[in-house]
Design a protein around this ligand. Sequence first.
Ligand SMILES: Nc1ncnc2c1ncn2[C@@H]1O[C@H](COP(=O)(O)OP(=O)(O)OP(=O)(O)O)[C@@H](O)[C@H]1O
Ligand SMILES: [Mg+2]
Length: 347
Amino acid sequence: MRLPNLFVLPSHDLAIDLGTVNTLVYVSGKGIVLNEPSVVALETRGGIRRVRAIGADAKLMMGKTPENVEAIRPLRGGVIADIEVAEQMIKHFIEKAQGGHGRLPRRPSVAICVPSGSTPVERRAIRQAAQSAGAAKVWIIEESMAAAIGAGMPVTEPIGGMVVDIGGGTTEVAILSLSGLAYSTSVRVGGDKLDDAIAIAIRRKHNLMIGEVTAERIKLQIGTARAPADGRGKVMQAKGRDLVRGVPGEIEISQAEVAEAIAESVNQIIATVLNALENTAPELAADIIEQGIVMTGGGALLSEFDSALSQATGLPVVVAENALFCVAEGAGRALEDTVYRGVLHNA
Ligand SMILES: Nc1ncnc2c1ncn2[C@@H]1O[C@H](COP(=O)(O)OP(=O)(O)OP(=O)(O)O)[C@@H](O)[C@H]1O
Ligand SMILES: [Mg+2]
């Protein structure tokens, strides 16, 4: 539990982790108040598109919508795929986090996390969305920096640390020291790619077409970064549409099959980390040997991912305790505590 900091005025400033899969909002002085899927359901009537649901309600509709309704994820692969819809989503979450419109004593400052590779156009769209939702000042903070602060790394000190944030759309690898990124790289491989790989493997091997919600469920239940030692490992049932008979069907899938399906994506992430280590200045590399690698993001929770990464790098690896919340927590703390002012950039 976090104790309230008595030296921080209750200003109701907000930090937003605008993720490909989940959006979290942190209110200064309160902590994380909102955690919802980054999904918007759109309805088209008479050629006009309007929002039908946003967040958890919209996710329930995914893959189950009638013809005129579409549940979409406005951020895909770590970038904004649909700026207009993304703006509406950001606005909705900001208003919801504030408990409705117009109750604020003053207009808040808002810090929004962006992937290190985001373009100026994307940053501008994000700023506009926050401003139209009432933000007085918009700060940008790099996702990796926020993740590191949230994981409790000493980012303001002259000590090199490596953070690997595995989200739904991207994996961000960064080496941090003195409130800055000494090295950063991002690869468009994350949880979504693993889900896709599982769906493709099941279609090929079992002639069964499964939806993305089912693919993710399989990953969460039996996914693993390393093939099980004892043959097939755990098994589970998966339902979808039988492509041969054209009717609903069910198959049994094993942990070994899932591990094989996702191996390529897992290896791509590991290769990105190895590449980052090769590009690290010697003094920082020495620090990383001491400190180890910190993993954050939902993807870090994949079973055996930490041990696979540790084996490949020969370094100690830890998964941050609150892996799914690190980015939002870190961005929130950066807003609350002036020691982190250097990590906030003008949008
Ligand atoms: N226990 C788990 N095992 C494996 N994967 C998991 C687990 N829990 C969550 N995930 C995956 O983590 C991903 C979501 O993580 P997170 O919320 O960090 O992403 P995001 O911040 O929305 O994405 P990005 O940072 O790429 O924009 C999803 O793909 C989800 O399936
Ligand atoms: Mg993220």
